[in-house]
Ligand binder design. Sequence first.
Ligand code: GAP
Length: 458
Amino acid sequence: MAENKDLQAKIVSLCKRRGFIFPGSEIYGGLANTYDYGSLGVLLLRNVINNWWENFVTKRTDMFGLDTSILMSPQVWEASGHTVSFTNDLLDCKECKLRTRADSVIENYFESIGKPQSVEGESLEKLEDILNQYKIPCPSCGKFNWTKPRKFNQLFETHLGILEDTKSLAYLRGEIAQGMFVNFKNVLDTMRPKLPFGIAQSGKAFRNEVTLGNFIFRTLEFNLAEFEYFFNPKKQKWEDLYEYWKKEMEKWIVSLGVSKDKLKWRVHSDKEKAHYSKHTEDLDFEFAFGSEELFGLAYRTDYDLKNHIEKSGVDLKYTDPETGEKLIPHVVEPTFGMSRVFLALLTNGYVEETDRVVLKLDKKVAPYRVAVFPLVKNKEDIVEKAREIFEMFVDAGVSTDWDDRGNIGKRYYAQDEIGTPSCVTVDYQTLEDNTVTIRDRDTMKQERVKTDQLLSYA
Ligand code: GAP
């Protein structure tokens, strides 16, 4: 897809203007690649995460939730291979001091000459050869004067302890998966699940990323949701489970209103795959800056449990209740970047019409499902009636906005821009016949409806 810088800039501006997302630490000039969710952003994000949980955990009998610590023993990350293998390739421009990723500089260059190719996972020597062979210039200053590419580890370091001399190194979690692997035995002992089953959680992950400035697409901390789906490889083929989860992942994001034609599965090359994976595919979405990873699906085999058994000395095997067989289950891992879902929903839903901007968000995730307006704010009966209706929605668990400022047209415009599917106006006629006007965001059609039927519209 062609890059659409214009659309991206409009989304960023809408997010700031309407309280979806603010730059982090803004009053101190900002902290690069950190963002804060605003009053509407937090509603949208929570709706997305709650919907994920409901779909993949609550509705299923084979999924067990957790909420594990961000700080974990450093031994976890040694066993998982992250202290050694969780790296990116860094490149600095000696002229303008741009710090960037070697793979993205090369890939963007090939894309610009109409020969797109992936170099993710290539050796440092190979990346250097390519840079030199094509004399790939710095995308910022246009000069060709790079440092050698070098590896840097993405785990965020921190220190535990308060006294300088007794402080010890720890990491913020680079993926939330490890919290589920290290609690595998706890889940077996407390929930007695039978294979196949999954352990799920959502929460923040932290990565020391060299980012390309695509807003919240790649940030230092981000919201993630994923599950480890454990199975007996003698009884089930990983390929079958893989196909099943591919469909479920796609079905979920489409259920939130994302167009199927903006989604595409892409298989990782052997070099691109993470160190723990035997097979990985990404579900890419057409963001405004190009088609990029939204979700990932990895077949992690028994890599993690095996390593944790070896390094911790704890028996994390599962005993088949029918055969008595002891085994280390294998894992298929669907992973969902929640911050990226947020951006995908805004990108997918942003529409400019002749005299309005509309955010076409599905009502399952829109910050407000409905907005209630008293036609005028100086007529007590009308305001009171509108308050009653507002409370009726809130009591029914419907996220509802209240607006009594300006004229109705302006209020519609403001609600369209934040994606509110329906607006209810209480007017003089309401006082006579208990009907209100309900206006649909997408069609702009207005209907007169009895107040006792309103809940069915939300
Ligand atoms: N446990 C597997 C795992 O963490 P990953 O592909 O490294 O896999 C999972 O990350 C998902 O997190 C990705 O599919 C992507 O949606 C999202 N993601 C990764 N890095 C991110 C970042 N720096 N900022 C925002 N989202 C990110």
